[in-house]
Design a protein around this ligand. Structure first.
Ligand SMILES: Cc1ncc(COP(=O)(O)O)c(C=O)c1O
Length: 389
């Protein structure tokens, strides 16, 4: 059989490989604490689940949705106004996504032709880089370095690249580095995008998971943002709806229109009961959001304090649901360390190399297990002796 060249970029995903490694350990009778995939274990609020159940009982809700209901568009606009102070035209400036992943995988098809340049951060959440490859575009990596608080430095990007680039993908609070960006960063981003006529996609999956009393808003709240770009937002982590697959693209109406047109040919719309659940989540009682934030902050503290105490000095991350840590001394690369950590301690993490060239030398630990499991993982890492090799 003959397959497309583009599939060369898509070997079995790292998370499937890690899951296979976990299964092998479990088949050998070992307990494994899985901190690899960021799949949240905090379920949605009862009123959100009830909305889904009620809608699932209605026969007409099994028709193709084809597009977003007016009620969903209106709810998203109200949510952006209430939460971020951003005005959204419900008819033209929002389209739902089957999770932000859907938008990230497909937006490049709307803006890039074969060989066009798309700028992505390094390190980054893998689909930021893979989406452009699906469209046949070329990636240009924008480094994010610890010494610069993981903020992209636009002055490092040559004009020859910036003038040609079609799209720039940016995301704070950031997965995997957990960095957050100040207002001045967004002002520079918008000015840079205007100067070079680049579309900006800001992925805002973690604005609600910001710790220690800090807060983050929306890229669209900055003057000029809508002229240059869109924001993706996800209900996966904020409302525990990861498996239901719902997110939004909001902002620039031309971009929203293009993506809607592409999606109307590709997926025929979101399951209507999921649209109902999303409406309940973003317009209903918001108290779960603060509880979820606190739960992740407590887990972060348990993992960070526990690991630091046993000799692995990891940072107290500012946001998201991850801890981004340097691999301990004595290990040459993140995959080797990940494999040894699993074999010796029964703890599964994601090697930093999965997030791009600059991710090497790090691992990402997802805070997706309860405190007891996290404490078990810390004790097991200590008992394994892996930190004193
Ligand atoms: C930065 C970032 N963007 C997007 C996604 C995908 O989210 P969704 O479940 O909305 O597809 C994730 C999931 O971990 C993420 O970390």
């Amino acid at each position: 059989m003959k397959f497309a060249k583009r599939m060369e970029h898509f070997e079995t995903g790292i998370f499937s490989q890690l899951s296979q490694m976990r299964k092998e350990q479990e088949a050998a009778g070992r307990h494994v604490v899985d901190l690899s995939v960021g799949s949240p274990n905090i379920p949605p609020s009862p009123h959100v689940r009830q909305a889904l159940i009620d809608a699932a009982g209605v026969g007409e809700n099994y028709l193709y949705a084809l597009s977003d209901t007016k009620e969903l568009q209106q709810a998203a606009a109200e949510w952006y106004q209430r939460r971020y102070g951003v005005e959204i035209d419900p008819d033209h400036e929002v389209v739902s996504l089957l999770g932000s992943q859907d938008g990230l995988a497909h937006i490049s098809l709307c803006v890039a032709d074969e060989g066009d340049i798309i700028m992505v951060p390094d390190p980054c959440y893998p689909i930021f880089g893979d989406g452009p490859l699906i469209a046949g575009a070329k990636q240009y990596f924008m480094p994010m370095r610890k010494e610069k608080d993981y903020l992209i430095d636009f002055s490092e990007i040559p004009d020859s690249i910036a003038d040609k680039a079609k799209l720039m993908i940016v995301s704070y609070p950031n997965n995997p580095t957990t960095a957050i960006a100040p207002a001045s960063f967004y002002e520079k981003l918008i000015a840079f995008a205007k100067k070079h006529n680049i579309l900006v996609l800001h992925d805002n999956a973690y604005s609600e998971l910001v710790f220690d009393g800090a807060s983050c808003g929306s890229f669209l709240a900055y003057p000029g943002a809508k002229e240059v770009g869109v924001e993706f937002n996800s209900l996966s982590k904020t409302y525990g709806l990861a498996g239901a697959r719902i997110g939004f693209c909001l902002g620039n109406k031309e971009v929203v229109g293009m993506l809607s047109a592409l999606k109307s040919n590709m997926d025929y719309g979101m399951f209507l009961p999921v649209q109902k659940a999303a409406i309940a989540a973003i317009t209903g009682d918001q108290s779960s959001v603060a509880r979820t934030r606190q739960a992740y902050q407590d887990r972060r503290d348990a993992l960070r304090d526990g690991l630091t105490k046993i000799g692995w000095d990891v940072p107290r991350c500012k946001s998201t649901m991850f801890v981004w840590a340097k691999i301990p001394d004595g290990f040459s690369d993140s995959l080797t360390f990940t494999k040894e950590l699993l074999a010796k301690a029964g703890v599964l993490v994601t090697p930093g190399s999965a997030f791009g060239p600059s991710g090497e030398g790090h691992v990402r630990m997802a805070l997706v297990q309860d405190r007891e499991e996290i404490l078990w993982a810390v004790q097991s890492i200590k008992d394994s002796g892996i930190l004193s090799l």
